[in-house]
Write a protein that binds this ligand. Structure first.
Ligand code: ADP
Ligand code: MG
Length: 313
C-alpha cells in the first residue's frame, strides 16, 4: 500500500519520509501528516491542515512538556526523525479504512545463495513481537529453521493431506521458535505445490502474518505462492547471472526488488527498493550467538520490517 503524507518539517523529515516510501502530497489527498514541532514554519503549515488528518509529531526536549500537558498519546510522538522511530507510529495512526492489510509476505531470489532464508528469518523475528507470525519454509532446506533456532517437522507427514490441510493440522506440526513466532516446514523434502498452497491458506487462519521462505523465482512453488501473497520480496545480487535470471523471470507486479550486497539503485531497468549491505561480521556474530542479525545488516532488516509493518493492520 502507498501512504500519502503531508510533510511539515525540514529536509531531515523529508528524507526519512522518502526512506519509508511515503508519497508527499497535499492536505486534501493525504492519509497522515508528519510534523516536526521543533520547526516554527512547520507548525504554521500544520496548523492550516484539516483537523481530522492524523498527525505523527517529532519533538525535541523543549516540546515534551507541552505534548504531555495536552495529553497527546505517546503513540504519535517521536523524539527523532529516524525512519525506525517514525515507521511504527505511522502504522499505528493510519486510518483503518485506508489500510489494505498485508498479511502474507513471500521472500524469494533471482538465484540461490542470495540470503533469502536469512532475510525471511530476520523479518519474521522482527514482525513477531507485534503480530502472531508463522514462518513457512517451502524450500525443503534447513536454513530458516536454523536461523530461528528451531527444528520443524518435515513436510512428508502433511503430503497426504494436501487440500484438506487445516489450521488445526498446521498448529500441531508448527513449532514455537520464539514468543509469537511459529515455524512450519523443513527438511528433508520440499512440499508439493498443493501442500505449499494449503499450508499458506491454513497459516493465515492460524496466525496474523505469514512469512514464506521460498526457493528462487523460477520454481513453480514460488510462482504459485507469489500469486497468493500480499507482498513479494525478490532478493538479487548484481552479478551477470542474477541479472540474466531477473531479466528472464516474470516478476510479480508490485514486488520489492531487494539488492543483496549491492549498491546498484536499478537493475534490468527496475528500481531497487532497498539494498542489504554485505556483512560477514554481523552474520558470524549472529551465528555464534542468538542467531538474530544485528549491526548494519540488522538495521537494514529493521527498516524492511518497519516498512512491512506499515502495510499490516
Ligand atoms: N548480507 C550478507 N552479507 C554477507 N553474507 C551473506 C549476506 N546474506 C547472506 N549471506 C550469506 O549467504 C549464505 C546464504 O544465505 P541464505 O540465507 O541461506 O541464502 P538462500 O536462502 O538465498 O540460499 C549464508 O551463508 C550467509 O551467511
Ligand atoms: Mg534458503
Amino acid at each position: 500500500m502507498r501512504v500519502r503524507a503531508v510533510i511539515c518539517g525540514g529536509p531531515e523529515l523529508a528524507t526519512s519520509a522518502a526512506a519509508l516510501g511515503l508519497i508527499p502530497t497535499d492536505d486534501a489527498r493525504a492519509d497522515i501528516a508528519l510534523l516536526d514541532l521543533r520547526d516554527g514554519a512547520a507548525i504554521a503549515k500544520a496548523a492550516a491542515l484539516r483537523r481530522d488528518l492524523p498527525r505523527v509529531v517529532v519533538i525535541g526536549e523543549a516540546e515534551g512538556e507541552i505534548v504531555r500537558a495536552l495529553g497527546i498519546a505517546d503513540q504519535v510522538v517521536a523524539t527523532s526523525c529516524e525512519p525506525a522511530a517514525l515507521g511504527p507510529l505511522i502504522a499505528s495512526v493510519l486510518p483503518a479504512a485506508r489500510r489494505h492489510a498485508t498479511r502474507s509476505i513471500l521472500v524469494t531470489a533471482a538465484r540461490g545463495g542470495a540470503g533469502t532464508s536469512l532475510l525471511a528469518a530476520n523479518l519474521a523475528r522482527r514482525l513477531a513481537p507485534s503480530h502472531a507470525t508463522l514462518a513457512l519454509d517451502v524450500t525443503g532446506g534447513a536454513g530458516l529453521g536454523w536461523w530461528l533456532g528451531a527444528s520443524p517437522a518435515g513436510w512428508q507427514d502433511l503430503e497426504g493431506l494436501a487440500d484438506e490441510l487445516s489450521a488445526q493440522h498446521l498448529a500441531v506440526v508448527a513449532t514455537e521458535a520464539v514468543a509469537g513466532l511459529r515455524l512450519a516446514g523443513g527438511p528433508p523434502l520440499a512440499p508439493s505445490v498443493a501442500v505449499a498452497r494449503a499450508a499458506l491458506r491454513a497459516g493465515l487462519e492460524l496466525c496474523e502474518l505469514v512469512v514464506v521462505d521460498a526457493p528462487n523465482i523460477a520454481e513453480l512453488r514460488t510462482k504459485e505462492l507469489a500469486a497468493m501473497v500480499d507482498r513479494v520480496l525478490v532478493l538479487t545480487y548484481d552479478d551477470p547471472v542474477s541479472l540474466a535470471a531477473l531479466a528472464t523471470s516474470e516478476l510479480p507486479p508490485g514486488a520489492w526488488i531487494i539488492g543483496s550486497q549491492s549498491t546498484a539503485s536499478a537493475m534490468i531497468g527496475r528500481e531497487i527498493f532497498r539494498s542489504l549491505p554485505r556483512s560477514d561480521r554481523d552474520i558470524a556474530a549472529a551465528a555464534g550467538g542468538a542467531r538474530v542479525v544485528g549491526g548494519a545488516l540488522g538495521a537494514a532488516y529493521d527498516e524492511l520490517a518497519d516498512l512491512l509493518l506499515i502495510d499490516t493492520t
